[in-house]
Design a binder for this molecule. Structure first.
Ligand code: SAM
Length: 282
């Protein structure tokens, strides 16, 4: 049974990490006109009012999107962060107040051109109903279905380029290795696929199952980025960090994101930091 609802965590530091990475990749892809198939395997609701009861329960956005938003003038010398904050502003009802946090379908839909396709999968019935209610461009196809099976069914894509975000809730231990197997299956059918996988950093260290399986798969060009609120040893429970594993990141994105995410970390508190490395080089 699916219990996770992203509204409790909307706009937290992991969302900033994930959506800044997604935004950076999208800006790079938009430089060429050739069509792209985008897949969001775990889409969630699409847009989160921060005043919602669920979001107000934990207010995780305060050590996340709200902290970056509050520092946006200081961060404006970083062109990626400036553009990201400007785009975040487009989701707000008032010009300077952060009232909504947009989810991955919103970030993807915003950059979806007429020639592109966007497949959004969401398995939770309630979350899928929320997603249905979002106004999205006609290229966006929403499916109330399993995202890992759904992405495989879309291969090979009908477009020259392919870009996927895999962002599960990891409610089952098995999901870490399922995600690695999906990555391998996608790469086997689309050699040039850009795949972005989000994973949580928890004291249990389960993300190592994903990272180890990805390394053993024989895939090349895997880049790993981790944004942490505390050093691992200091966390006894709960998520202390957010990870992204990218297959075939566009050229230069690693350097750009490393600089921007280091600036993001500086907004999140004294113990926050960002590290990145080529997990498997080219
Ligand atoms: N990607 C979203 C974003 O960035 O705004 C957040 C996604 S949230 C972390 C994970 C979502 O996956 C939840 O809404 C959950 O209901 C959904 N989910 C869980 N298992 C799924 C599956 N097998 N296929 C598709 N969606 C699933």
């Amino acid at each position: 049974m699916l219990a996770y609802q992203h509204a409790y965590h909307a706009g937290n530091f992991a969302d900033v990490h994930k959506h800044l990475t997604l935004f950076a990749v999208l800006q790079y892809l938009l430089r060429k006109s050739s069509a792209i198939t985008y897949v969001d395997t775990h889409a969630g609701r699409g847009l989160y009012p921060l005043e919602a009861e669920e979001t107000q329960r934990l207010r995780e956005y305060r050590q996340g999107a709200a902290a970056v938003w509050a520092a946006r003038e200081v961060l404006a010398d970083d062109s990626l962060l400036a553009a990201w904050c400007e785009r975040l502003g487009d989701a707000q009802s008032g010009a300077s107040t952060l009232s909504h946090y947009p989810g991955s379908p919103w970030w993807l839909a915003n950059d979806c051109r007429e020639q592109d396709r966007l497949a959004l999968f969401e398995l939770h019935p309630g979350e899928a109903t929320h997603l249905e209610a979002q106004v999205l461009p006609p290229q966006a196809r929403r499916q109330h279905a399993d995202g890992l099976a759904g992405i495989r069914a879309l291969l090979p894509p009908a477009t020259p380029r392919f870009c996927a975000l895999i962002d599960p809730s990891y409610e089952r231990k098995q999901e870490y290795t399922d995600v690695a197997a999906t990555l391998q299956a996608v790469a086997a059918k689309v050699r040039h696929a850009i795949v972005m996988i989000w994973y949580p950093l928890l004291p249990s260290g389960r993300h190592h199952d994903l990272l180890t399986a990805a390394r053993r798969s024989g895939l090349r060009k895997l880049w790993r980025s981790e944004l942490t609120l505390h050093p691992p040893g200091e966390a006894t429970h709960g998520m202390y960090g957010s990870g992204m594993l990218l297959l075939n990141p566009p050229w230069g994105i690693d350097t750009q994101l490393n600089a921007s995410l280091t600036r993001v970390a500086s907004c999140l508190g004294d113990t926050a930091s960002h590290v990145s490395q080529w997990w498997v080089p080219e």
